[in-house]
Design a protein around this ligand. Structure first.
Ligand SMILES: Nc1ncnc2c1ncn2[C@@H]1O[C@H](COP(=O)(O)OP(=O)(O)OP(=O)(O)O)[C@@H](O)[C@H]1O
Ligand SMILES: [Mg+2]
Length: 301
């Protein structure tokens, strides 16, 4: 049984899954579990927002149900839809065998047998391991109408299917929402949640994360990689590297048997860290060397 009785216990539980978080984040996670409030995580790309839901599900032994948001996401993809094809087959079969008692057929067609459950409905279903974790990922990609719909679903954890009635969660799921803040999410939704801005980690924490995720990397190489990425984030870039990029880069360097950074190695492997040509172009010539020198200086300091 996972121990979620204190902030320290939650921090420890996540650490055991290789998820490194500071006290402020551990505190909102603890509170969200304790008070049963949805947790709304905002932050740049690749800073560990999605990962926390995975780590939480793994450590608590709960089922993880993920609703990936996108433009145009609607209720039929998020909640449920009827299996039209199977319903058609059932109608044809009933017609062919002449057993078409209209009323009975109608009831049968709109029963669970023909219901396709999507993440929001799945999350309301009881689970032997306890309420699932519902991850509503990248909410900023949907539109306002869907947000309003979500607000309602999250306020009473029940969904009404006209043909079947209302389905209510015996115990509400643990809800985690994430956003990259490409647009502002509505206040009404935020008000329902506990909020936390997931920032880039500082040097020490990023070292801990790298140690947890790429333990094969030597201390010396890890320090250089983290210092370089930290320094890179202060540059004027279109897309700053996230923690995911730090980990990827370290793994690439390991695969190339690199022991220490050099401007040449950086130039050859920059695609693991920066994903936009304009940003990569900025590091051509002497720029990579300048940043590497500054990173090394910060390590010596
Ligand atoms: N605090 C952390 N502890 C351990 N690993 C982390 C941490 N933060 C990030 N990572 C690593 O970085 C990767 C990317 O994290 P994640 O996918 O959660 O980012 P995200 O914030 O959801 O990004 P996006 O906005 O692009 O979806 C994870 O697979 C994980 O390996
Ligand atoms: Mg994510």
């Amino acid at each position: 049984m996972a121990d979620i009785s204190s902030i320290d216990a939650v921090q420890q539980m996540l650490a055991e899954q290789g998820y490194v978080c500071g006290r402020p984040l551990a505190t909102v996670v603890f509170l969200s579990l304790k008070l049963g409030r949805p947790l709304f995580l905002e932050g740049e790309a690749g800073v560990g927002k999605t990962e926390i839901a995975k780590a939480l599900a793994a450590s608590m032994g709960r089922r993880l149900i993920r609703l990936q948001c996108y433009e145009g996401l609607d209720a039929s993809s998020a909640v449920y839809e009827w299996n039209f094809a199977a319903q058609m087959v059932a109608i044809r079969t009933a017609e062919a065998t002449g057993s078409a008692d209209r009323k009975a057929l109608n009831a049968e067609l709109f029963s669970e047998e023909f219901l396709i459950e999507r993440p929001l409905l799945q999350a309301l279903r009881p689970d032997v391991n306890g309420p699932p974790i519902l991850l509503i990922d990248e909410l900023d990609r949907t539109d306002a109408p869907f947000e309003a719909f979500l607000l309602e679903a999250l306020s009473d954890f029940q969904i009404t299917i006209p043909e079947m009635g209302t389905i209510k969660a015996p115990e509400p799921p643990i809800v985690i929402l994430t956003s990259n803040r490409t647009r502002e999410v509505h206040d009404a939704l935020k008000r329902r949640c506990l909020y936390h801005w997931v920032d880039y980690p500082d040097f020490d924490r990023e070292m801990d994360i790298l140690q947890a995720r790429a333990p094969e990397a030597s201390e010396a190489l890890s320090r250089e990689v983290v210092a370089f990425v930290q320094r890179l984030r202060t540059e004027d870039l279109f897309k700053k590297p996230g923690v995911a990029e730090t980990i990827d880069w370290a793994k690439c360097l390991l695969a190339l048997d690199v022991l220490t950074l050099s401007p040449e190695v950086i130039a050859d492997t920059l695609g693991a860290v920066l994903k936009y040509q304009d940003d990569i172009a900025k590091l051509q010539g002497s720029e990579a060397k300048r940043i590497l020198d500054e990173a090394r200086a910060s390590l010596d300091a």
